[in-house]
Design a protein around this ligand. Structure first.
Ligand code: GAL
Length: 679
């Protein structure tokens, strides 16, 4: 398999389209009528069984596949394949009664009770053996079923619960540390700085997980290694299942639906998958004015882990759970959200869910069909997409999303280090979303990319406040700059080492030389209104928030902006260093929306950047998917009114099948996908 990269298309042999399906919730007549109606909507796949362990293994060692055999057969007869799931997110009651020790335990020492989901521990050896057994039984049973195309492991691992502190985890954590530090307890004591508050350990067996029952804060190095341990456990848990599935039938593809915390989708967890899955629920962003940018950012951030992805669950209606009920997608919105997901890298897409269930914790989480099984406008929109994708799906195969400006993302260490010392500041990903939004709203081809990924096609690369910085990345960034790229480094980057300890060098640590600056002083802006700070950039005053740094320039580095207020007045706030064909900009504050907006024209000019289709009207999103053979221009009208676009890209509109006219008219919430052949 090609390495994980934002440029990697999904290795799926067609565009899978359909929904999550729960035959266990419906009677035989309703089930029998479903496949034809799904086929009429253009489905070629449903996902099943992720919560059905109790039905498949009603008592220990006794398996009953009748329901799913029948459903798979009836669906198959209509040309619909199945994505099966290992059902380990909901262990049955007989198992939790027989083995209460498999219960997960939270940071307050409370055991999770049966009655919802994700209530057991992934490190527990007893549960691990049951997980292997149910995977083996299902894999063996469906080994040769022609309609089973692939598998999803478990369901949204860590969606509700990830930090387990049960007795199994105490032992497993100690084993993890013993391995990491090669049995050398002194190495651990040094790495963790255990001389602070007399934490020195004489033996690995003496080390507890960092639970909450401490009078005050625990050691950040201890916390970060625990978070890495949690990520390792879930990867190993999944690996057991992957091994069984792969050895049973190597033709199956394997996915998992993320993206949740403490899971390394770019590391061992993601490398075990053929394609990463992402469950896309744009309505979680409750502000319609922010929703479009939020969906785009989420999708771009997902693509950063491993490349194009599939969407095993895509919102198809309003979601309602105990404390909330989201907006109902208005007419045209469901189709539009679907194409936004496809434009940003979805290579297959299943909706959540086929029909709204009448019972259980999610009895108001709406699917394509309502409780009463009457097809209404959501079904019509899905069917329209299904019909269109029969033509468009094959065109998408092998294309990747074009990016000119990227923000650094997809780094588990960053995500895990942030909460250990947040200082009440926004996270690196909050800031990435803000910066992404600024460029995206102006029509630039914006993405999210990890520093170890291929940066060669980028013009601008922005690292927002990545505190734990790996020195191995510095030469990669230097090459990017020398070859003509513009690199932007935000305040506080490279201030801590891999152990989450503060670096010994003058800040910004391993980036000092590349940036050509050192930090003279830094501080938190707790009440920015009370003591306002600002810098002046190209004659404009820009007020800052959260954090300031005053810079000392080294060598031929120049001042890009100076602080203009209080004790910082006159000191450099932003710097620029020319290096090779490119340059490095250091920003001595947080890149809030207003700071990022003020920087945009300066950086665009510096990097020679233009919006993807400069003449696009406001509210029309342009995304380009391409490969060596063709370009696919997505032009998505987010306006609630029709628009006209003069001189659109020339080619065939895959939605209408016609050549694009000189002036393209798009109805409210409608889109065009223009294909240009390159050879
Ligand atoms: C996902 C989950 C589904 C369902 C859905 C709606 O997070 O995988 O099982 O719960 O959200 O809440």
């Amino acid at each position: 398999m090609p390495p994980l990269s934002h440029l990697r298309p999904a290795s799926l042999n067609r565009f899978w389209f359909g929904a999550a399906y729960y035959p266990e919730h419906w009677d035989a007549n309703t089930r029998a009528a479903d496949p034809a109606r799904m086929a009429a909507a253009g489905f070629n796949m449903v996902r099943m069984a992720e919560f059905a362990w109790n039905l498949i293994e009603p008592s220990e060692g006794h398996y009953d596949f009748t329901l799913f055999d029948e459903a798979i057969q009836q669906l198959g007869a209509q040309g619909i394949h199945t994505l099966l799931c290992t059902p380990t997110a909901t262990p049955p009651r007989w198992l939790t009664l027989k083995h209460p020790e498999i219960a997960a335990m939270n940071e307050n020492g409370l055991c999770m009770e049966h009655g919802s989901r994700q209530h057991v521990c992934h490190a527990n050896p007893v549960f691990r053996s049951y997980s292997r057994a149910i995977t083996r039984a299902m894999a063996d049973h469906y080994r040769a079923n022609p309609y089973v195309a692939g598998w999803q492991t478990d369901n949204e691992l860590h969606c509700h619960f990830s930090e387990c502190h049960c007795p199994s985890c105490q032992h497993a954590f100690q084993d993890f540390l013993r391995l990491k530090f090669k049995g050398d307890i002194t190495a651990l004591n040094t790495a963790w700085g255990t001389t602070f508050w007399a934490q020195t350990y004489d033996d690995f067996t003496a080390i507890p997980t960092p639970k909450n029952n401490r009078p005050t804060f625990s050691n950040p190095a201890h916390q970060l290694d625990y978070a890495r341990f949690v990520a390792r456990v879930v990867a190993q848990f999944q690996h057991d299942q992957v091994v069984t599935l792969r050895e049973t039938n190597p033709r199956w593809f394997i996915t998992h639906n993320g993206c949740m915390k403490h899971v390394d989708y770019r590391g061992e967890f993601g490398q075990d998958l053929d394609v990463l899955g992402y469950d896309c629920y744009p309505m979680f962003c409750t502000d319609p004015a922010e929703r479009q940018a939020s969906q785009a950012y989420q999708l771009d951030a997902v693509r950063a882990w491993s490349g194009n992805f599939m969407i095993p669950e895509h919102q198809s209606g309003p979601g309602g759970q105990q404390p909330y009920f989201q907006d109902h997608p208005e007419p045209g919105e469901l189709r539009k959200m679907t194409y936004v997901s496809i434009a940003h890298g979805a290579d297959s897409l299943l909706y959540f869910r086929w029909r709204t269930c009448r019972f259980g914790a999610e009895e108001y989480w709406c699917g394509i069909l309502d409780h009463d099984n009457v097809p209404r406008r959501r079904y019509d929109e899905v069917s329209q997409v299904g019909t269109e994708l029969k033509r468009i799906g094959p065109e998408l195969a092998g294309t990747y999303v074009h990016v000119d400006v990227a923000i650094a993302g997809a780094d588990l260490d960053q995500d895990q280090a942030y909460p250990t010392l947040s200082f009440g500041l926004p996270s690196h990903s909050d800031m990435a979303a803000a910066i992404h939004g600024v460029w995206y709203r102006k029509g630039y081809a914006t993405g999210v990319i990890h520093p170890t990924d291929d940066l060669s096609s980028l013009k601008l690369y922005i690292i927002p406040h990545w505190v734990v910085f790996n020195p191995d990345w510095v030469p990669l960034l230097e090459t990017f700059v020398r070859n003509g790229g513009t690199l932007v480094i935000g305040a506080r980057t490279a201030t801590r080492d891999q152990n989450n300890n503060v670096v010994p060098e003058t800040l910004p640590g391993c980036l000092r030389e590349l940036a050509g600056v050192t930090i003279e002083e830094y501080g938190r802006q707790n009440q920015p209104q009370a003591r306002p700070l600002a810098f002046s950039l190209k004659g404009k005053t820009v007020t800052t928030d959260f954090w300031y740094e005053s810079l000392k320039l080294e060598g031929d580095t120049k001042t890009l902006a100076k602080w203009s207020s209080r004790h910082l007045k006159g000191q450099p706030a932003l710097s620029i260093r020319k290096l090779g064909k490119g340059s490095v900009v250091y920003v001595g504050t947080y890149m809030t929306r207003s700071v990022a907006s003020s920087l945009l024209p300066v950086l665009a000019q510096q990097a020679g950047l233009k919006p993807l289709w400069p003449s696009a009207p406001t509210g029309v999103e342009i995304v380009l998917r391409q490969n060596d053979n063709q370009k696919l221009w997505f032009l998505i009208n987010h306006n609630e009114k029709a628009i006209s676009l003069k001189s659109p890209p020339r080619g065939i509109d895959l939605i209408t099948g016609k050549r694009v006219p000189a002036v393209l008219h798009l109805k409210a919430r409608d889109l065009a996908i223009i294909k240009q052949e390159l050879r």
